[in-house]
Ligand binder design. Structure first.
Ligand SMILES: Nc1nc2c(ncn2[C@@H]2O[C@H](COP(=O)(O)O[C@H]3[C@@H](O)[C@H](n4cnc5c(=O)[nH]c(N)nc54)O[C@@H]3COP(=O)(O)O)[C@@H](O)[C@H]2O)c(=O)[nH]1
Length: 771
């Protein structure tokens, strides 16, 4: 059995496409309408043609019928006339001709005298007898030629409705030189008046034509003509036999189109002519034709109107469908876009970046290229977000994303992983220096001031860098290592970029372990406070202490704040830890007072997150209350960078603290970006010059002039100026020369646990330091 041959798929598709196109409303409706209109017009034209042909046939047949009847009438009349002529001729004898005519008339043998006149003329044409003796004109009948009946128009009556036709026969034999003639005169109208105008029409013709190329009589409509010339041979030419249809001809005498029958009579030398006007006969058919055309036209117009309406509807429908389709496409495109882009910044999101990174690594592997992945985390973003609100935070992130885009090339990729984490992928790097330059550019771009909610802010970013393939050959490893490097940058004081190294990896593992034990450190009572004294430059006496946090880790030993405070900031543990610090420092201060030491001030450090925490004033108040510490002995140290994040908020927090009565010191002054003039707006008590200036004081002219400027400014603002990080007698001497109020540093006192600090304190009291 033969398998049916399947259609090739392309042919099927093409057929389906065509079918689909055909059923499209824009094609289907016009197509159907065109078909219908074609059918309507074909039927109309066919009907019109049929009707017209039928009407023509009817007109031709009617003409033929009329001609037949007319011919019979004329022949009958001529026969009667000829019978009269013969009767007179045979009746003439010796009697006078007038007498013969009178007797025949009396015998009723002659036609009615009302219509007919019988005359006898002599060879000269003079009337010698007549049925109308009084009216008979002289010399009007010429001698008839030949033996048969002759028909003529009397010469003096060439035309008109009153013309008479003269039918004659010779009375003598043909060989006589001047024969006498008997004639019957009858009105020419007699031969054409037997029909109504309705039958003939205005342009219908009835006529009797003579062989001498003359219309003996012709009636057209109601008008009767006689004696007009006509080409007799041409007229009767082609006229068929009896019963033949009429011919359609343009008549030479008046140029009218007629169905015409012109037939020579067999017995007489004349031809009858019957013609019906084509336009009149076809008038009804033409009217019907017009009627049909009008109807077809109306139907066409109606179709066109309906088609136009359907077309418009279809067009609107298609437009609506197209817009729905477009909307869906837009929606789908938008959904796809959103799936791969960050809503806020419009940057590629984590999922999209993962693809880009994988693709970039594949490309680099194939072409033996190197990539750099920069992992960015904004410093203190959470504090800004918490203090300024999420809208400002969002605005900041958008601005950061714009700056990142401007800091790198178009061929580089910037993406947002979420929160304040961004990544930058640099394809085709040649050396670390190149990456370093990009990282520096980013650091500079982000650290430029931002204006949020009408205020100026600064933020920094920490960048971790991992290189492909050196630091990881797969996406997860490379990302993880860039993240580790970023944490290292945070530990290195933020606002810097660090390359990944194997050492960092182990540090990071340590950090993870540290974070887990940090969470338990507070309840395990592993934190300690160390105290470092502050000395009055003028008297050399210890006038205060600064509480510095340490973590006594059971395995790792004593851990410095730099190693765990950033971690505690990140995970929020700084809040309870800070609360513990304030409380413990106050309690220690009271304990020392109770032990007989003078009432010293006690400084505690606040972290950014702690400073902006709403619970801070309450924590301070409860620590003061619980320990009985006078507020004026407690000094909180904040850094200028903490205030610059959100100056108005910082001012309001500081004012609240001032209301409580605690003193406020600005720590590490000189390292930030705040202008000195801004200090005026703050309720401050103390400025602490950053240890880095003091460290290089004697060797670095810039540090010296800065230190002097800070001391000068602090004095003018009525603030206590403290130099921290003092490590030598030369530094003290210099600071004294420039009237610095207080000093703090290893040279006088290293941070110590409370008991050791108390011993040192006692020693100082006993033996005042020689400032
Ligand atoms: N939020 C909190 N932050 C705290 C707390 N305790 C400390 N800190 C912050 O950690 C920073 C480092 O502190 P630390 O390692 O204790 O270092 C202090 C001193 O040891 C050091 N110092 C003092 N004198 C000298 C010196 O002569 N030379 C030298 N190289 N270092 C010296 O300076 C640090 C004290 O600085 P400051 O606070 O600016 O007075 C520390 O800066 C705090 O920010 C805490 O409880 N909460």
């Amino acid at each position: 059995m033969t398998e049916p041959t399947p259609h090739p798929p392309a042919a099927d598709a093409s057929r389906r496409h065509w079918l689909h196109q055909l059923v499209e409303p824009g094609v289907l409706f016009p197509g159907l309408a065109l078909l219908t209109l074609t059918a309507i017009w074909l039927v109309t034209l066919d009907l019109v043609e049929r009707e017209y042909t039928a009407a023509e046939q009817r007109a031709a047949a009617l003409t033929a019928d009329l001609a037949e009847t007319y011919e019979a009438q004329v022949v009958r009349a001529l026969r009667e006339i000829d019978t009269t002529l013969k009767l007179v001729r045979y009746s003439l004898d010796e009697r006078p001709p007038q007498r013969v005519l009178d007797e025949l008339g009396q015998q009723g043998m002659l036609p009615p005298t009302l219509l007919f006149e019988v005359r006898i003329s002599d060879a000269a044409g003079n009337v010698i007898a007549s049925t109308h003796p009084s009216s008979a004109p002289q010399s009007v009948i010429t001698a008839a030629e030949g033996e048969g009946m002759q028909v003529a128009l009397p010469r003096q009556q060439a035309s008109g409705a009153d013309s008479q036709l003269a039918f004659s026969r010779r009375l003598t034999t043909a060989d006589e030189p001047a024969p006498a003639v008997v004639s019957v005169l009858v009105s020419a109208a007699h031969f054409v008046s037997g029909y109504e105008l309705d039958t003939l029409g205005v342009q219908g013709v009835l006529a009797v034509a003579g062989e001498e190329d003359t219309f003996l009589v012709r009636r057209t409509g109601d008008t009767i003509h006689t004696g007009e010339p006509v080409d007799y041979a041409n007229l009767v030419n082609g006229s068929g036999a009896l019963g033949d249809p009429a011919q359609l001809r343009v008549n030479e005498w008046d140029d009218v189109h007629r169905y015409l029958v012109a037939r020579a009579l067999f017995e007489f030398p004349v031809a009858i002519v019957v013609g019906l006007s084509r336009s009149e006969q076809m008038a009804a058919a033409s009217a019907l034709q017009r009627d049909y055309y009008w109807r077809a036209l109306l139907v066409t117009l109606a179709f066109l109107v309906v088609l136009t309406m359907l077309g418009r509807l279809s067009w609107k429908l298609r437009r609506a469908q197209a817009s729905v389709l477009e909307e869906r496409l837009d929606h789908a495109r938008r959904a796809e876009y959103l799936a791969f882009h960050d809503n806020l910044t419009e940057l590629p999101n984590r999922a999209y970046f993962s693809r880009l990174l994988t693709h970039g690594m594949q490309h680099a592997r194939r072409y033996d290229k190197h990539l750099a992945l920069l992992f960015l985390d904004l410093d203190r973003f959470k504090a800004i977000n918490d203090s300024l609100g999420h809208d400002a935070g969002d605005e900041l992130l958008q601005e950061v994303s714009l700056r990142l885009g401007r800091a790198v090339r178009e061929s580089d990729t910037v993406a947002r992983l979420g929160g304040d984490e961004f990544v930058v992928l640099l394809p085709e790097i040649h050396d670390q220096e190149q990456v370093h330059q990009v990282a520096n550019k980013i650091l500079a771009a982000i650290s430029a001031p931002f204006t949020l909610a009408g205020q100026e802010f600064r933020i920094t970013v920490s960048i971790g860098i991992a290189l492909y393939p050196a630091d990881g050959e797969d996406e997860q490893t490379l990302m993880k290592h860039a993240d580790v490097a970023m944490y290292h940058a945070k530990e290195e004081g933020k606002n810097n970029a660090q390359f990944y190294s194997e050492q960092l990896k182990s540090d990071s593992l340590e950090r993870l372990a540290l974070e887990s034990s940090l969470r338990k450190a507070l309840e395990r009572r592993e934190f300690r406070l160390y105290y470092q004294s502050k000395l009055d430059m003028a008297t050399g006496r210890v006038i205060g202490m600064e509480a510095l946090l340490r973590w006594q880790h059971p395995e790792l030993g004593l851990i410095l704040p730099k190693q765990f405070i950033p971690l505690a900031e990140e995970n929020g543990l700084i809040i309870p830890i800070g609360r513990w610090v304030i409380h413990t420092a106050c309690r220690q201060n009271i304990a020392w007072q109770q032990a007989g030491f003078p009432a010293l001030s006690m400084a505690v450090n606040l972290s950014a997150r702690q400073f902006l925490d709403d619970g801070l004033p309450g924590d301070i108040k409860s620590a003061l209350q619980a320990t009985g510490m006078p507020p004026q002995l407690l000094e909180v140290e904040i850094t200028e960078s903490m205030m610059m994040v959100d100056m108005p908020r910082a001012v309001s927090v500081l004012q609240e603290l001032r209301t409580i009565g605690v003193r406020i010191a600005i720590d590490d002054f000189g390292t930030g970006y705040s202008s000195l003039s801004k200090l005026q707006a703050l309720p401050l008590d103390t400025i602490k010059i950053d240890g880095s200036f003091i460290h290089d004081l004697l060797d670095n002219a810039v540090d010296r002039s800065l230190t002097e400027a800070i001391i000068d400014l602090g004095k003018r603002l009525g603030l206590t100026v403290v130099a921290e990080g003092v490590e030598s007698a030369e530094q003290i001497a210099y600071l004294r020369r420039h009237a610095c109020d207080q000093v703090q540093g290893f040279y006088m006192h290293e941070p110590q646990p409370a008991d050791e600090a108390a011993i040192s304190l006692q020693r100082r009291i006993d033996n005042v330091f020689p400032c």
